[in-house]
Write a protein that binds this ligand. Structure first.
Ligand SMILES: CC(C)(COP(=O)(O)OP(=O)(O)OC[C@H]1O[C@@H](n2cnc3c(N)ncnc32)[C@H](O)[C@@H]1OP(=O)(O)O)[C@@H](O)C(=O)NCCC(=O)NCCS
Length: 167
């Protein structure tokens, strides 16, 4: 378990004092509840609140696809990773602007760099300025070539990151 734990580093600023770890099935209910608090922003369909999606979150935890950040043993943020894609990134309202989302994204980049020697990408709604600002702050760039459903748009970690990942 120790290898799954990454204490947030000073580079994220003094506001971040949490711990990132891989979620377990025991975390699934809290992750589902946290995602539901951000249903309008992500956005999530109404049926995400049902037992099928509760089970889906549990299954993703079982498959080790969710990462969480905890502060004082409380769930402060969550993110799902599907191969090289960041999905379902959310931080709890009480823990926003504490660099936890930034830390989760940096963590995803590191995981993908180590495992696939490539950059990461994310699909976002064009109206979701908080996540777009954050991705751009972290040098992600819009990737018009990547196909996304509906009006979703794709952001990839920058060319420089991708070149570094190959070395
Ligand atoms: C998007 C989200 C994950 C950002 O989380 P956070 O914990 O506040 O972000 P961090 O503290 O790590 O990073 C802060 C940076 O994010 C961006 N940001 C966060 N909130 C912002 C806002 N309301 N307006 C503009 N930029 C914002 C800025 O770049 C900010 O950097 P700055 O403080 O230097 O301006 C959070 O707002 C959230 O959970 N939203 C609801 C779920 C969601 O929309 N997820 C994305 C699905 S694709």
């Amino acid at each position: 378990m120790a290898s799954c734990v990454a204490t947030l580093h000073e580079s994220f600023g003094t506001r971040a004092t949490g711990v990132i770890r891989r979620a377990t099935v025991k975390d699934a209910e809290a992750i589902h509840a946290l995602l539901w608090t951000a249903k309008d922003d992500i956005p999530l369909k109404d049926h995400f609140s049902n037992d099928i999606y509760r089970g889906w979150v549990r299954e993703q935890c079982r498959k080790r696809n969710f990462w969480i950040v905890e502060r004082d043993d409380q769930l402060a943020g969550a993110m799902m990773m599907q191969v090289d894609e960041i999905r379902y990134l959310v931080t709890a309202a009480a823990h926003r602007k504490a660099r936890f989302a930034q830390a989760l994204i940096e963590h995803a980049k590191e995981q993908v760099r180590k495992k696939y020697r490539s950059g990461v990408w994310a699909q976002v709604k064009p109206s979701n300025m908080p996540i777009i600002r954050l991705l751009e702050k972290l040098n992600f760039v819009r990737d018009p070539d990547r196909v996304a459903p509906g009006d979703w748009i794709c952001y990839c970690s920058s060319e420089a990151d991708r070149i570094m990942a190959r070395h």
